[in-house]
Design a protein around this ligand. Structure first.
Ligand code: SF4
Ligand code: SF4
Length: 313
């Protein structure tokens, strides 16, 4: 137990649960923890603890846009100064991602952009997002010398509102950025699923492997979950205000979730996993990857491609 190493060598921290968008595919508006920023002291505790247990990277987004945290420079400045080798992964709409900022603090920037025209982009992302501003930020970032900019991945989520633009989006962005990915939607840990599947359907269910090998996810209020799709209390395995990562990783709450996943006891298990599409084959989820990624990988950085199932003991 003394040699505890975070399985994915990464931790996910919700710096901010504010978001300037209100995407048609996202439950952010219903999110109980929305519109808060993580306390600096909690952030420091998580980063110190994670690095002490093998983290080589932090993911600074869960349900929100970390770039909207007014304290982000102080937080990431702490990382750059104390842990210069610690990589920082950020997923964002890039609406507020200025070239100056990302050049200084971000190693891998994953940009969600779900349209190629103003009407479709703004109809899908909604909120206050402006197409021109996003494009200007992306172009500004790409104009930086390569060694001064993050690795840039662009993501397109296939939706009824934008599917007619997919090929055009691919043609525009694939030659410009380091990597592109086109995904189909997931069901947010079954958040809105009302139907109950018959028990027989669970014969083909299989662990998503996140409770064994995924990032521990720390939400703005310090709660820690085994997966990034939901802050649901039933997935909470501890709280970083009161505990350490090691206590949490070896605690009873995660053990119970792991037990259910290990024995495929999802039917009637009382966890969101029961209604989550990730326990069934989602080989269809990745529509296109310019780097031949596969479903079930965590891709925070070009050189840190990690399979969730690698963490299974
Ligand atoms: S940008 Fe992300 S967090 Fe914000 S509404 Fe869209 S999908 Fe949700
Ligand atoms: S099955 Fe779904 S809700 Fe459960 S841990 Fe995996 S991704 Fe999360």
């Amino acid at each position: 137990m003394n040699s505890f190493i975070l399985p994915s060598k990464e931790i996910a921290l919700e710096l901010s649960s504010y978001c300037g968008a209100n995407c048609v595919c996202c439950p952010h508006e219903d999110f109980p923890l929305k519109n808060r920023n993580m306390d600096f002291d909690l952030f420091v505790k998580c980063v110190d603890d994670a690095v002490a247990h093998g983290a080589i990277s932090i993911d600074i987004c869960l349900m929100g846009d970390a770039l909207l945290d007014p304290g982000i420079e102080k937080k990431l400045g702490y990382c750059r100064e104390k842990y210069p080798d610690l990589k920082i992964y950020c997923s964002s709409t890039a609406q507020t991602a200025t070239p100056e900022f990302v050049s200084k603090y971000i190693d891998t920037l994953q940009i969600s952009m779900y349209g190629v025209t103003k009407d479709v982009y703004e109809a899908v992302h909604r909120g206050g997002l402006k197409f021109e501003k996003t494009v200007a930020n992306i172009e500004g970032i790409l104009a930086l010398p390569k060694e001064k900019r993050p690795y840039v991945t662009m993501v397109f989520l296939l939706l009824p509102e934008n599917e007619h633009q997919m090929e055009n989006w691919k043609a525009i962005w694939e030659p410009k950025v380091d990597e592109i990915l086109i995904w189909r939607t997931h069901n947010w840990a079954g958040r809105y699923v009302t139907e109950t599947l018959p028990e027989s359907k669970y014969a083909s269910a299989k662990s998503c492997h996140r409770p064994f090998g995924g990032d521990l996810c720390v939400w703005v209020n310090g709660d820690v979950t085994v997966c990034c799709f939901s802050e649901d209390k039933r997935l909470v395995i501890g709280n970083m205000y009161e505990q350490t990562l090691k206590d949490i990783f070896y605690g009873d709450k995660i053990k119970r979730i792991q037990e259910i996943h290990k024995s495929n006891m999802f039917y009637n298990c009382g966890l969101p996993c029961e209604k989550c599409d990730q326990i069934f084959s989602r080989a269809d989820a990745l529509v296109y990857s310019s780097k031949n990624r596969t479903v079930g990988q965590k891709i925070s950085h070009a050189d840190h491609v990690y399979k969730f199932e690698d963490g299974v003991k």
